[in-house]
Design a binder for this molecule. Structure first.
Ligand SMILES: C[S@@+](CC[C@H](N)C(=O)[O-])C[C@H]1O[C@@H](n2cnc3c(N)ncnc32)[C@H](O)[C@@H]1O
Length: 240
């Protein structure tokens, strides 16, 4: 973004008088014995600027990036940290299938929605849902180690996620949004169960290559709202 920067010079006495009246922020440029130079991003009535510069100001999202100092990470408030222990479960966020889900979640999840994460692994998607404003979040997996990791990571992230050892057929209710980062082989067995578990949106991931995508779409039997590809992995979003 471009702004006009107005540079002013006032005697010290006039400057402090001006400060009292102005009552807003300004950029102090230099303070001499008898004068003060300062800049404002709007003109002052009845005061001639020394010069007017056009300056490029980076939006805060570009100017303030995460900073790491040894084991400390400083983040701006619009970035949501996900702390995931590299344990024995799948889902540290490095894999393309997980990243695709994290991306789609930000496009489709609405505040307050209930979420079911099938095949939660470390719990990364369930925790992300909670951080993005989901209401109730249930995370299930058939691997007891994954359920343990999900519990550990949810606690670490202060995210209220219910982590359960279960598979889709054990779940008797439906959720606003379903996340399922699984494999085609699992989708072949589970897709019918999965389809009754969501009310609004489902995000399916873990589909590799064109051939798997074609088979998945045939199993699905409905037009997807969006398909996104990363490193030849596909993520399919369905809306009711
Ligand atoms: C590819 S990992 C996904 C982990 C994590 N959700 C992510 O996105 O990074 C798939 C997980 O699904 C689990 N899983 C496989 N079949 C399942 C089933 N029928 N029901 C529930 N979980 C299942 C596995 O144990 C594994 O933890």
């Amino acid at each position: 973004m471009r702004y006009k920067k107005h540079i002013y010079r006032l005697s010290r006495e006039d400057f402090y008088q001006f400060l009292l009246q102005h009552q807003r922020g300004l950029e102090l440029l230099s303070e001499g014995e008898s004068f003060v130079e300062f800049a404002l991003y709007e003109p002052i009535d009845d005061l001639e600027p020394l010069e007017v510069l056009t300056v490029e100001v980076l939006p805060p999202e570009r100017a303030f990036r995460p900073i790491r100092v040894k084991n400390l990470m400083v983040l701006p408030p619009w970035l949501k940290p996900l702390v995931i222990r590299p344990g024995s479960a799948f889902g540290t966020g490095l894999h393309a299938t997980t990243r695709l889900c994290l991306y789609m979640l930000q496009d489709f999840l609405k505040r307050g929605w209930s979420v079911l994460d099938v095949g939660t692994g470390t719990g990364i998607l369930a925790i992300a849902s909670k951080k993005l404003g989901a209401g109730r979040v249930l995370a299930i997996d058939v691997d007891p180690l994954a359920v343990e990791e999900c519990m550990h990571n949810s606690k670490e992230n202060h995210a209220r996620v219910e982590c359960l050892l279960a598979e889709p057929k054990d779940i008797g209710e439906s959720f606003d949004l379903l996340l399922a980062n699984l494999e085609l082989e699992v989708f072949r067995r589970e897709l019918l169960h999965l389809k009754r578990l969501f009310k609004k949106v489902a995000i399916f991931s873990g589909i590799y290559g064109r051939q798997e995508l074609d088979e998945f779409l045939e199993l699905l039997g409905q037009k997807p709202a969006k398909i996104k590809r990363l490193e030849n992995w596909h993520c399919v979003v369905v809306k009711t």
